[in-house]
Design a protein around this ligand. Structure first.
Ligand code: NAD
Length: 246
């Protein structure tokens, strides 16, 4: 069990990629704290499944874009678990529109959940990681950050910001033995991509050399690698996991 009794927080972990990561960590013996912001029903379902696998688990309702929510969430984890080894900033949303139709609310919401949420959760946890001179922070970015995508100026900017944030924070944290990396999933089958229309899905599929969308487990594998001892000399890196999409 590679993560036996390691303590992990994953944001946005009650469905999609975050849920797959939570199960993968739990199967390797980690204590798993799963965060979500809405949809109590699926959160409770995920929690009851995780409880059967992980030695310890917590369900944390908090909007990662809210400083008070995040501070309360991290304090509650630290009160119960004392410290956290691994933070995965996974929570993310899309609100796709051409820029000319993109209102300020949709701009702010995407930036606040994706980028500000990553900042708030990281800032709240690093003091304890620095104190222990150990820790792993893994942020989830997107190919939109690297190549851009029509209708995603808000999302691309938030995910590009996450890459720059990852690289800068990795430099700040390196001397404390804390690594900070990002995973860039290609197109993965999750509730976020289920909403794509059939024509777009076909176009994407044609662009992927491996000829299939990724599975959430493909991303969980990369996250576990960056959280493990095997990656201890890797920091400030963006690991692209996209079946060759490029
Ligand atoms: P999803 O919509 O299936 O799940 C997103 C999760 O984030 C949910 O659990 C939701 O409750 C949570 N969330 C949303 N807003 C939140 C908030 N304000 N506070 C706390 N939690 C919140 O999405 P997914 O496809 O699993 O995506 C996970 C991450 O991977 C996102 O950051 C996304 O941008 C990124 N990503 C996904 C793909 C893909 O193809 N699915 C590709 C590249 C990047």
């Amino acid at each position: 069990m590679e993560f036996k009794d390691k303590r992990v927080i994953i944001t946005g972990a009650t469905k999609g990629l975050g849920k797959a990561m939570a199960f993968a960590f739990a199967r390797e013996g980690a204590w798993v704290a799963i965060n979500y912001s809405s949809d109590d029903k699926s959160a409770l379902e995920t929690e009851s499944e995780i409880k059967n696998i992980a030695p310890e688990s917590l369900l944390l309702k908090a909007d990662v874009s809210s400083r008070t929510d995040v501070e309360k969430m991290i304090s509650s984890v630290l009160e119960q678990w004392e410290y956290v080894d691994i933070l995965v900033n996974n929570a993310g949303i899309i609100r796709d529109k051409l820029l000319m139709f993109l209102n300020e609310e949709d701009w702010d919401r995407v930036i606040n959940v994706n980028l500000k949420g990553t900042y708030l959760c990281s800032r709240s946890i690093i003091k304890t990681m620095i104190g222990r001179k150990s820790g792993r922070i893994i942020n989830i970015t997107s190919p939109s950050a690297l190549t851009g995508r029509t209708c995603q100026t808000n999302y691309s900017a938030s995910k590009g910001g996450i890459i720059s944030f990852t690289k800068s924070l990795s430099r700040e944290m390196a001397r404390f033995g804390i690594t900070v990396n990002a995973v860039c999933p290609g197109i993965i089958s999750t509730p976020m991509t289920e909403d794509l229309d059939e024509k777009t899905k076909k176009e994407f599929l044609n662009m992927i050399p491996m000829g299939r969308f990724g599975d959430p487990e493909d991303i969980a594998g990369a996250v576990l690698f960056l959280a493990s001892e095997k990656s201890r000399y890797i920091t400030g890196h963006v690991l692209v996991v996209d079946g060759g999409l490029g």
